[in-house]
Design a protein around this ligand. Sequence first.
Ligand SMILES: [Zn+2]
Length: 88
Amino acid sequence: MCRRRKPKAELLRVHLVADDSGTRLQHDQTGKGQGRGAYVCDCVAMDEGRVKGLSPRLAAALGASGETIDTTQLVAWARQRTENLDGG
Ligand SMILES: [Zn+2]
């Protein structure tokens, strides 16, 4: 998603989960989530303007082309993640 190459540990991993309310994006904190995952760089995930444009690309990366993916939570996840990293 970002032009800089980074180790996967520094990227936010997300995957799609399906439940009663439909398909939604979930933060895959363990990296062992089921199905296809996608990696998003923190620098993109923390920029609300860029996050909005990610939806179609994320959908394609996750094998759900044409679906609208709610990316608003990405920002919160990225912030949480970087706070945890700083604290550790
Ligand atoms: Zn980046």
